[in-house]
Design a protein around this ligand. Structure first.
Ligand code: OOG
Length: 260
């Protein structure tokens, strides 16, 4: 597939996002689309957003839990890119208008304080993380019904990234027992999803180790100062207007958003 085709497919996805319109998965018309090409389309899509004044602030991992892999029927972790315009303030409001079929997921996020590259250990990842937060990611897929897509489709679509919210409690990761944090997500006061944080990659910090390996395959590193979403601990929950969603994580307080 030519660089020109990467650009064309990235534009198709970006227009679908901006117009809140579904399109068929790319692999319908391009059944041989491979993962490296899908990451090239994703990178092209990010370039389009940067051209509109957005700034990269970090990366998200996806499909790092068994619950999510089962929900989406996809089998290996993927990453996507986060920009400043995707961040919703804690306690803020998100508008469903402009979204296609948004869902929300409970996550753990990190902020790095130094660059990470290639094969790293859990200890090296921890050394490079200044803080850990409770977080929620709002996914939206540009594909029909948020279904029937393959791994290359979802990667090309920036791994279904849409918005994210970080909690206001920030802790050094070594102060917590990272794989043993209870996470509870409530909608309008009713508990809808709960899991222990080891649902995420066995230990959320291992999502950073996996992310560095995926980036390395593309000759890239994880820059200092990145926000990293470690991936959802549970299946995603569909959003409806009027919902108030609150995630509580042991030692990391709570974070909420309202839907309008
Ligand atoms: C793919 C992205 C999944 C996660 O945290 O597992 C994801 C999808 O579900 O559309 O972000």
């Amino acid at each position: 597939m030519s660089a020109r085709m990467h650009e064309e497919l990235a534009r198709l996805l970006d227009e679908a996002r901006l117009e809140a319109r579904e399109i068929p998965p790319l692999t319908r018309a391009h059944p041989t689309l491979a993962l490296p090409e899908a990451y090239a389309i994703q990178a092209e899509g990010i370039r389009l957003r940067l051209a509109h004044g957005e700034r990269v602030v970090g990366l998200k991992m996806g499909l790092t839990s068994e619950a999510k892999r089962r929900q989406m029927n996809l089998d290996s972790p993927v990453y996507g890119v986060l920009t400043d315009r995707m961040q919703v303030p804690a306690g803020g409001t998100l508008r469903l208008q402009g979204a296609i079929h948004p869902k929300i997921e409970p996550e753990i996020a990190f902020r790095t304080s130094r660059e990470l590259r290639g094969r790293i250990t859990r200890e090296q990842a921890l050394d490079a993380c200044a803080s850990v937060f409770a977080a929620m990611e709002i996914l939206d897929s540009r594909y029909t019904d948020f279904k029937y897509f393959s791994l290359p489709d979802v990667v090309a679509d920036n791994s279904s990234s849409s918005l994210f919210v970080l909690g206001t409690t920030e802790r050094p990761p070594r102060e917590l027992e990272l794989p043993a944090l209870q996470m509870v997500m409530e909608v309008n006061g009713e508990r809808v999803q709960a899991a222990r944080s080891d649902a995420i990659s066995g230990d959320p910090v291992l999502s950073i180790v996996q992310l560095c390996e995926l980036l390395d395959q593309r000759g890239e590193s994880l820059p200092a100062g990145s926000i990293v979403l470690a991936g959802a601990a549970t299946a995603a929950h569909m959003l409806r207007p009027g919902d108030r969603i609150r995630l509580t994580v042991d030692g990391l307080g709570d974070v909420s958003v309202s839907v309008e």
